[in-house]
Design a protein around this ligand. Structure first.
Ligand code: SF4
Length: 176
């Protein structure tokens, strides 16, 4: 039995005040996202392609859940602090996932806000990951079209020309 108010207290405790309950089956997954990850993204962690499942498996994985949460995480951040911010938020998401798992939601799975960045120097290969119990993929690494998915729930998201504007990032929690 889902206890929404109990779970919402946990989200707020970890600082995630902007969120919406969603049906994970509505999360948009697309091949173009995977293509952008492989070609053009300079960040390659042990939680990025080719260390993540195929686009088809990512899509079918999301179909196995009936309840999820999208977290809106806005911030103005300078390039030199971006990875530090990602690390801080991603570790909170891991703790949040752990707390919901212990509360009896055995399928709890967090999708990080950004590439892992838990370690200062990522090992780059899944099988040599330094923190395999904590590392989780980003939405993009799961081929999630974050732009269309966030917009369909009424959240703001745009490509930003520089770092002077608010960056609207998103993370997910899948539950059951
Ligand atoms: S835990 Fe460390 S080694 Fe593993 S994916 Fe994250 S940054 Fe890379």
């Amino acid at each position: 039995m889902f206890n929404h108010s109990y779970l919402e207290e946990i989200f707020i405790k970890y600082g995630f005040e902007g969120f919406k309950w969603i049906n994970p089956k509505e999360i948009i997954v697309a091949q173009w996202v995977r293509m952008k990850c492989i070609f053009g993204c300079p960040t390659k962690t042990a939680c990025c392609p080719p260390n993540t499942p195929t686009v088809e498996i990512c899509k079918s994985f999301l179909q196995e859940y009936d309840i999820g949460v999208i977290f809106h995480i806005p911030k103005i951040v300078t390039p030199e602090f971006r990875h530090e911010w990602s690390r801080e938020v991603n570790l909170k998401l891991f703790e949040l996932e752990r707390e919901t798992f212990i509360a009896g939601y055995e399928k709890a799975f967090a999708i990080f806000m950004d590439s892992c960045h838990i370690c200062a120097n990522c090992r780059k290969e899944r099988f040599s990951c330094a923190n395999p119990s904590k590392a989780r993929p980003s939405p993009e690494a799961m081929a999630i079209d974050v732009v269309r998915t966030a917009r369909q729930y009424g959240f703001p998201i745009d490509v930003l020309p520089d770092y002077s504007s608010v960056m609207n990032r998103y993370a997910f929690l899948l539950l059951e």
